[in-house]
Design a protein around this ligand. Structure first.
Ligand code: BEZ
Length: 211
């Protein structure tokens, strides 16, 4: 069964390049991004894992722990890491799960047989500190992910978790937000003291509340 937004992220224990982990324990109070790649020693994956390593500081700032997974073994991952480091001028700084028995791939429905019988597709799961799934995206093997977009979504998720706002198309951190329809017009001035605009009765915007 596929995983839907709001579901509890399945827990598991797995070997990784940074030792054995229990996923929920490892997440602790952090947000998490669990992302699968088709295989080690492949070109797109090499750029992707390096890209996440180079953005680790941005994930840390947001209290997000990244973790990668493929169905390759630990020995393969460990042999591949020097290539990731060299190609991307990084030092790998987050774990890669060795999912040879496909436990994680199965729990998270990361193998799409009509795309590939054996390899995981490029799945992304963002998980909140409550262990609930906040976002899922699936990319094909031939398309490398845009991790700046993943950070942008995390900014939106973290903002909308604590303020009664939503974020418009192509929003970036620091830009105006949409006041959610549940907020009554008369409550806007007290809830959003920075001001607001009424574009349409159902589309009311306000400066980003936490900036
Ligand atoms: C890659 O990472 O380059 C890749 C992996 C599987 C299929 C196609 C590309």
């Amino acid at each position: 069964m596929s995983i839907r937004l709001g579901d509890t992220a399945p827990d598991f224990t797995a070997n990784t390049t940074m030792g054995e982990i229990n996923f929920h324990e490892w997440l602790g109070d952090s947000w998490g991004i669990l992302f699968s790649h088709p295989a080690d020693f492949t070109p797109v994956c090499t750029t992707e894992l390096g890209s996440v390593a180079s953005l680790k500081g941005e994930f840390d700032k947001r209290n997000v722990k990244p973790i990668a997974v493929s169905v390759d073994g630990l020995e393969s991952h460990n042999k591949w890491i020097p290539d990731i480091n060299e190609v991307n001028n990084v030092t790998m700084n987050y774990p890669i799960i060795a999912d040879e028995d496909k436990l994680v791939a199965t729990l998270y429905d990361m193998i799409h047989p009509n795309a590939s019988e054996k390899a995981t597709v490029r799945s992304v799961f963002i998980i909140g500190p409550d262990k609930k799934v906040k976002l899922t995206i699936t990319y094909p093997a031939s398309t490398g992910r845009n991790f700046a977009e993943i950070l942008r979504v995390i900014d939106s998720l973290q903002l909308t978790a604590v303020h009664s706002v939503a974020t418009p198309a192509n929003w970036n951190d620091g830009e105006d937000c949409i006041i959610v329809p549940a907020v009554k017009d008369e409550d806007i001035p007290s809830k959003f003291p920075k001001g607001h605009k009424v574009v349409k009765p159902y589309l009311r915007t306000t400066p980003q509340p936490n900036k």
